[in-house]
Design a protein around this ligand. Structure first.
Ligand SMILES: Nc1ncnc2c1ncn2[C@@H]1O[C@H](COP(=O)(O)OP(=O)(O)OP(=O)(O)O)[C@@H](O)[C@H]1O
Ligand SMILES: [Mg+2]
Length: 317
């Protein structure tokens, strides 16, 4: 059963027993307990969860999900893009967010990073709301995630070097020599050479734009990486090598990754779980095998078309 019902919070009152029971039965599959030893970076709260206070009657807080969207609704004019959307992503997951064009995937990513405020509901990142905690706290929170936007979104007037340096200059107080070392390190992480730093975005191939955008997303050493269509527009070879790069970086750095993609090869090669955005909510959340069994027009079309079956065979599914 992969229909997604987030677990009810202990503080939540009442509610319908049926859905609570269903949530409980799916929780072990969809939301495994987030143990401190789980791979996925050094979240301060994990340490807190592991050290109960002796003599205290307070319950030990569980490690919060890296992303938690609850009761999220989004309206543009008269159109509701999301209605009562719920999603929880735990540390160390590589989640592919799939859905039809215009279903609201990019909008959801923009809300997760605080570029857009939902009409209703709340998003927490690393257990904290994005807004309302003061400028310093927001600044610290923003350093914990990196984003690769749908079109790469490099600053066209800045060189590659200055694009990658941008978040370092914006959010950290570092001297230029340190910035230079860090930019070179990030370029090498995405397999670019120091001399590529001098190029302007207009001089880059599509694959290089993606690599530079990834280097910029990694600049602040994030724990959470959000990638919007990272392989769109790349030829199959470049797409494969970009997927390998993301996989090895996320494993090495212990990242939690949210990846929007239409590309089944990318999805199959990278994701540990799939979240299907349809009917204005997360319709299903689970493993590829679980999701593929669901009888829904979008899912059937996405995973069972002739093209899709070929792509899945290629990766042995
Ligand atoms: N700032 C905005 N103002 C008004 N409408 C918007 C805005 N941003 C997005 N929309 C609308 O919200 C809907 C969802 O857009 P979104 O870009 O999130 O879709 P998507 O799932 O990412 O699509 P695609 O797969 O084509 O990238 C679309 O109908 C879009 O026109
Ligand atoms: Mg989009």
């Amino acid at each position: 059963m992969s229909q997604y019902n987030p677990p009810n919070l202990p503080s939540e009152k009442g509610g319908d027993l049926g859905s609570a029971a269903e949530a409980a039965s799916t929780a072990s599959v969809n939301n495994p307990p987030n143990l401190p030893f789980q791979k996925g970076g050094n979240h301060g709260s994990a340490a807190k969860a592991a050290s109960p206070v002796l003599g205290s009657v307070e319950p030990i807080p569980a490690c919060p999900p890296v992303i938690s969207a609850r009761g999220l609704s989004t309206r543009f004019g008269k159109v509701w893009v999301h209605r009562n959307l719920n999603l929880e992503i735990q540390a160390g997951e590589l989640v592919a967010l799939v859905g039809g064009s215009g279903s609201g995937k990019t909008t959801l990513l923009r809300q997760i990073i605080g570029l857009l405020t939902p009409t209703e509901g709340e998003i927490r990142v690393f257990g904290e709301p994005l807004f309302g905690g003061g400028v310093l706290r927001e600044r610290l929170l923003r350093q914990r995630f990196g984003v690769l936007f749908q079109q790469g979104a490099l600053f066209s007037a800045f060189s590659v070097f200055d694009n990658v340096a941008f978040p370092l200059r914006e959010l950290k107080r570092l001297d230029e020599a340190t910035i230079r070392d860090l930019v070179m390190l990030k370029l090498s992480m995405v397999e670019l050479l120091p001399r590529h730093g001098e190029l302007m975005p207009a001089e880059l191939s599509g694959g290089m734009v993606k690599r530079v955008a990834l280097a910029r997303a990694l600049a602040l050493e994030p724990e959470l990486l959000l990638l919007d269509e990272p392989t769109a527009g790349l030829d199959p070879d470049r797409s494969d090598s970009f997927v390998r790069l993301i996989r090895s970086l996320s494993a090495e750095l212990g990242l939690t990754v949210v990846l929007v993609t239409h590309d089944l090869d990318t999805l199959a090669a990278l994701s540990t779980r799939i979240a299907v955005l349809a009917e204005q909510r997360i319709l299903a959340y689970g493993s590829m095998q679980d999701i593929m069994k669901i009888d829904h027009p979008f899912i059937q079309n996405f995973f069972h078309s002739e093209r899709s079956m070929r792509a899945l065979q290629n990766v042995g599914i």
